[in-house]
Design a protein around this ligand. Structure first.
Ligand SMILES: [Zn+2]
Length: 188
């Protein structure tokens, strides 16, 4: 038996392969070298061959041509003109982000509804759990950026208080200007 008895060793390329790996070549380039020698080998076989010689199989990303460069973002270089907000107005930025987050949520809602429809139509056995998980995450993002829940609870509380015949004195509790009050037909 030559070497470990694998396809590489049988082709008498065992030593050649070991030397390449030990000199720091990536598995990918070793396989390419073997290909040049007329030998097509899978990664799995290469792994097995190296294991027989007690040579560690190199990590896929450890070869020198795949060094990660740090990403640097210069905030001053961002082109804000493509966004629909006034960078000098915090409220405008927040409103824009709230709108975007609402869009993310509505898109995810569409995906969820589609997944449910697929079940209703008999095209799928069930809604994948990631779909609901993603919807919950999107809802949380929206809630965090809008304070939606607090607003809803507060408005509900105000309605309850008003239904009891009491009036809200504190202006801060009334809906913000951008929220359409559903009953602003008070006596003028
Ligand atoms: Zn071998």
């Amino acid at each position: 038996m030559i070497g470990c008895g694998c396809k590489i060793c049988k082709a008498d390329l065992g030593e050649f392969t070991n030397e390449l790996i030990l000199s720091g070549e990536s598995p990918k380039s070793v396989l390419a070298e073997l290909e040049k020698e007329g030998l097509t080998v899978s990664k799995k076989l290469l792994k097995k061959h190296l294991a027989a010689f007690e040579i560690d199989y190199p990590h896929e990303n450890s070869n020198s041509d795949q060094i990660c460069e740090p990403v640097t973002i210069e905030l001053n270089d961002i082109d804000f003109s493509q966004y629909d907000f006034d960078i000098n107005q915090v409220e405008s930025i927040i409103a824009y982000l709230q709108k975007l987050n609402l869009k993310v949520y509505l898109n995810q809602l569409q995906i969820t509804l589609q997944a449910q429809q697929n079940v209703i139509d008999g095209k799928a056995p069930g809604v994948p759990s990631e779909v609901f998980k993603n919807l919950a995450i999107a809802c949380e993002i929206l809630e965090k950026s809008t304070g939606m829940r607090v607003m809803v609870n507060q408005q509900q509380a105000i309605k309850t208080v008003e239904a009891m015949g009491l009036t809200i004195q504190n202006q801060a509790l009334l809906p913000p200007k951008n929220v359409q009050a559903n009953s602003d037909t008070e006596t003028n």
